[in-house]
Design a protein around this ligand. Structure first.
Ligand code: CA
Length: 227
């Protein structure tokens, strides 16, 4: 699906030029020529990223950014005038993700926008999925083929560690270290009890993902195309 970029820029020539470059890079681009309309468009369009000029008539870029940040994490790349250092600092302080200085190379602007988008995507990636198992780090829930399965906190931490290291042999000590930061209440064999329970929960038709590697530990086996 095409990503939407909202360009808030009052200089029509620059706005069109930037729009063209984003469209060439595969974006859907919308232009707003003042802060107020830009703010409205940000709400109605829910763009993936906003290119925000700071020198705008009516509502300034700084005000637009402040308003947006009250209820949105949308990536914002601001455009500042040459030499306006204070604007850049203010912009970053109030939550812009990056800035570019006029006059700029539009290819650089698009490259920076893509970098900001990649960072934003990483930050929201709070789900780990391996085959039919999906683990949500925010809600601390696990779904198996879409159905939530109940797990204890310890089992959740263990499963998270396994899913973050698919197809790797992990010793009991490594599991304790990674899943519980070494703060594990019990002997390392108590891990086996948790794993037995996890296995029961994860028992699904094709194969059991948690496999014992004799005298070494455990391995969470995921088919290549699912890893
Ligand atoms: Ca301007």
């Amino acid at each position: 699906m095409k990503k939407t970029v909202l360009i808030i820029e009052d200089e029509a020539r620059i706005a069109e030029w930037v729009k063209t470059y984003f469209e060439r890079a595969g974006f859907h681009a919308e232009v707003c020529s003042d802060g107020k309309r830009g703010l409205q468009a940000a709400q109605t369009l829910s763009p993936d990223i906003i290119i925000l000029d700071l020198m705008l008539p009516g509502l300034s870029g700084v005000e637009v950014c402040q308003e947006l940040r009250m209820n949105s994490d949308v990536p914002i790349l601001m455009v500042t005038a040459k030499g306006a250092y204070q604007d850049r600092i203010t912009g970053l302080d109030i939550g812009a993700d990056d800035y570019i200085v006029k006059p700029f190379n539009p290819e650089e602007l698009v490259a920076r926008a893509n970098a900001v988008l990649r960072r934003a995507q990483k930050a929201v990636q709070k789900t780990i999925t391996c085959g039919p198992v999906s683990l949500n780090l925010n809600t601390q829930t696990v779904h198996l083929t879409g159905i939530e399965v109940p797990l204890s906190a310890a089992q959740f931490c263990l499963l998270k560690t396994f899913m973050q290291h698919p197809n790797q042999v992990l010793s009991r000590n490594q599991l304790i270290e990674m899943a519980f930061d070494g703060n594990f209440d019990g002997f390392d064999r108590a891990i086996d009890t948790h794993i037995r329970r996890l296995r029961k929960v994860l028992h699904y038709e094709v194969h059991q993902p948690i496999q014992t590697v004799y005298s070494m530990g455990y391995k969470y086996v995921v088919a290549e195309e699912q890893a």
